[in-house]
Design a protein around this ligand. Structure first.
Ligand code: G3P
Ligand code: CA
Length: 315
């Protein structure tokens, strides 16, 4: 899309330029040359603006609704994703698990017990088993001040259902969770994205980003379709450090790094950014942390409160 827009704009400017090329003398030639240069500069400015609008522009700060607007609604439900969109987030973040019968569902944990009224591992349950679970009442019980009757008895959505609801207007930031448990997960994910035409050169770049803590899972994605933007997640346990060699390795298949914000330093952010990688810390919920990370130069962040980040970015 970006390239197509740029070509279209240059084409229009090119046509306009041809229309004024009627010079017959030296002075006119100079004037026309200046006009052409002006137009060329204008064209470059316009193309630059188009680039700045790209979701993957290093000059943007992306607002990624972590498990939807999960500070306001039960995580990984359609209501949570919808609330995230209403709060002007750039991305719906989806964690994937896979059922016994091979369906991709939106769920963070590999066990259903924390966020539903059921028990057991997703990989041991069929989609039919999953679909009878209540994925919202736990939120009302744990958050009486945020509880809403509409959150009771919500269903766990499949990836297909999420895409069918939000379509190609939404942007998706999808994580393969414990892919070592689900050998076909990445293939299924990319097949689904292709089925809904959510990847490919006809779309704005960054329409879908795939993220994982598993390097192997990302390398598999890169092998299947090297055009898909990938983000390597890293969970630091203490002050984050990264070597030049690690950065070079990550750059071979990934456009960026996602890391837990608590262990980041300004020097780490600078190093990652200077290496040409995007940096999306997780999960940043307090405004003072958002402000600090933006000052340090991150290019987006995962938050349970996309409304807070939207307001900060607007201001
Ligand atoms: O995907 C970024 C962040 O969500 C990673 O942490 O555990 O919330 O999936 P988690
Ligand atoms: Ca995640």
């Amino acid at each position: 899309m970006k390239l197509a827009q740029s070509i279209f704009l240059l084409f229009i400017i090119g046509i306009t330029g041809c229309g004024v090329d009627t010079n017959t003398g030296t002075a006119d030639t100079d004037i026309n040359t200046e006009m052409e240069l002006d137009k060329e500069n204008e064209a470059q400015d316009v193309v630059q603006q188009v680039d700045e609008e790209s979701l993957l522009s290093p000059n943007r700060v992306l607002n990624i609704a972590h498990r939807g607007a999960s500070g306001h609604a039960p995580e990984h439900t359609l209501i949570s994703y919808e609330t995230g969109e209403e709060m002007i987030s750039d991305y719906i973040e989806i964690d994937l698990q896979m059922t016994l019968d091979g369906e991709l569902i939106a769920m963070h944990d590999s066990d259903v017990s924390r966020t539903t009224d059921g028990q057991g591992l997703v990989k041991d349950l069929t989609l039919e088993d999953i679909k009878i679970l209540d994925a919202g009442t736990w939120f009302n019980d744990e958050n009486p001040d945020l509880a809403q009757p509409v959150f009771s008895n919500l269903r766990i959505p499949t990836l297909d259902e999420v895409i069918e609801k939000f379509g190609t207007d939404a942007n998706y930031y999808i994580e393969t969770k414990t892919p070592e448990e689900y050998p076909s997960m990445m293939r299924e994910l990319i097949a689904t994205l292709n089925q809904y035409a959510l990847i490919g050169p006809h779309l704005p770049e960054g329409k879908v980003i795939i993220q994982s803590f598993s390097e192997a899972s990302l390398l598999e994605a890169h092998e299947i379709d090297p055009s898909i933007p990938l983000v390597q997640l890293i969970s630091y346990q203490s002050t984050a450090k990264i070597s030049d060699a690690e950065l070079e390795k990550i750059k071979e298949y990934s456009i960026g790094i996602g890391a837990n914000y608590r262990h980041l330093s300004e020097a780490y952010v600078k190093k990652v950014r200077e290496a040409g990688l995007l940096l999306h810390p997780y999960t940043v919920n307090e405004i003072h942390d958002m402000e600090r990370l933006i000052e340090w130069g991150v290019t987006g962040m995962f938050t349970n409160y996309p409304d807070r980040l939207s307001e900060l970015l607007r201001d």
